[in-house]
Design a protein around this ligand. Sequence first.
Ligand SMILES: Cc1ncc(COP(=O)(O)O)c(C=O)c1O
Length: 376
Amino acid sequence: MPDWRVPLVDVTIDELEVEAVAETYRSGWLSSGPRIELLEQRFAGYTGAAHAIAVTNCTAGLHLICAAAGLGEGDEVIVPSLTFVATANAVRYTGATPVFADIGGLERPWITAETAAAAIGERTRAIFNMTYGGHPGDSAGLAALAADRRLLLLEDAAHGLGGSLDGRHLGTFGLAGAYSFFSNKNLPVGEGGMVVSDDDEIAERARLLRSHAMTSVTWDRHRGHASSYDVVDLGFNYRMDEPRAALATVRLERLDADNARRAAAAALYRERLAAIEGVSATMPVDVALGERPAHHLFTVVLDRGLDRDGVRERMAEQGVQTSLHYPPIHRFSAYGVAAELPRTEAYAERAISLPLFPTISEEQVGLVASSLAEAL
Ligand SMILES: Cc1ncc(COP(=O)(O)O)c(C=O)c1O
C-alpha cells in the first residue's frame, strides 16, 4: 500500500473505544445481547426514529427493508445509478427490478422529485433515496412525491448519519432507512449497519427476518424468556455482534463532534478551491437554511474535457489519495441497462472525491488543494 501523505480516509480509535470492545470480550457474551439492545436504544434516541435494528452491514439492512416492505417480482423501484451497487442489488435480492433515475445536476448529484417522477411507471412501488455524500439532497421532495403517488419511500442513508433537514435526521424521511458502519463511514466500526423505521409493522418484520424469522433468539433463551422457537418465514442471519455494538455505542457519542470537524474541513476546501481554474462545481453545494449535511464526501467536478484520470494520477504522485463516487450502476456488466442518464454520466466522468475525515489537518487540506491545482 502506498504511503499516502493524505489518505482518503483515516480512522482513529481512542482508548475508551478499545476498552469498550475489550470489556465485551472479557464478558464472554459475543453474539446479540445487551450491547445490541443498548446500541439500538441509543441509535433510535439519536435519530428520533421509533425503531432501530442493528444489522451486519448496510447492504443487509437495505435488503431487510426491501423484504420487510414486501417488494418482489413484478415490482419496480426507482433508484439512483450514481450510488454504491448495494442500493440496486438490495432491490434485486427480492426479485423486484431497479429502474434508474438521473441526478438533478452537477451540483445536485442525487435523484430529485423531478427526475424520480419521470421514471414512475405502472409497476413502480417504491423510490430509493440515497443521501449522496451526506447531503440532505431532495429528501423532502421525494417524501412528498412518494406520498402524492402512493409509493413507498425507502432510504439508503449509508452516507447520511448525523445529517438532518429542518431538524429531521437523514434516513428518517421514508418508510425505513439503513445506515452503514463500514470503516470509511461517519461512524466507522468495520462492518455493521442499522435499520430505522417509525412503522411498527415494518420494524417488527425487519427484526424477525434479521434472525431467520425465529420467534425467539439465543439471548431470549439465555435469559430464560423462551425455551424453544418457531420459524415463521424465510429469514436471514443479518445479526450484528456485541463487540461491534459496544464500539458503535461509544462512537455514537462523538459522531456530532466528528461531523463538525468534517464540516470545518469541507469549508476550508471550498475556500482553498474557490480560485482554482478547471473546477466546475464542488459538493456539498452551498448549505441552505435548515440543511445540516453529514459531510461524508467532498467531491469536485472538473470542467468538461479535462483529463480526470490523469489529474487523479498526478495527485497520487504527490501522495494524495482520491476516489470516485461512483461508477454508475447501469454501466456495470451485471446490470448493463440502456438507460438515458446524461447528468449521471457527466458527473461520473468528471467528479473526484477528495480526502475527508474528522482529523484531516489544515495543512493536509492545503496540500490536497495545491496538488489538485498543480495537476490541473
Ligand atoms: C451508498 C452506499 N450504500 C450502501 C453501502 C453498503 O454498506 P455496507 O458496506 O455497510 O454494506 C455503501 C458502502 O459502501 C454505500 O456507500
